[in-house]
Write a protein of this length. Structure first.
Length: 103
């Protein structure tokens, strides 16, 4: 079993920062950046869970749902990762998205 604690921590930190961010920051792109990261994590999880099946696209549930979407997508991915390298790659994806979001 792979230790996904670093991914869970990164996802939780990003989500916490989004929840604490002012609406203006979310509107200026933080929520959109979080949604794109959540979509990528969700797509990755679906590819691992159902190879050969077309991944479904996570819908835009609005800027106030972005923190929940990144959390759900990150937790789902953590359940199916198979190696430490995959965990590190996922953590980098989340950390870079948080940096771009500015939160």
């Amino acid at each position: 079993m792979v230790d996904t604690t670093p991914l869970n921590r990164a996802v939780d930190h990003f989500a916490d920062r989004l929840r604490a961010a002012p609406q203006s920051r979310l509107q200026r792109g933080a929520a959109a950046e979080a949604l794109e990261a959540a979509r990528e994590l969700a797509r990755w999880a679906q590819v691992l869970e159902s190879p050969g099946t077309e991944p479904r696209r996570m819908p835009d549930a609005g800027m106030f749902a972005a923190a929940d979407q990144i959390t759900v997508a990150g937790r789902d991915l953590a359940l199916v990762l198979r190696s430490e390298d995959e965990v590190e790659k996922a953590v980098r994806l989340v950390v870079e998205a948080q940096r771009r979001a500015g939160v």
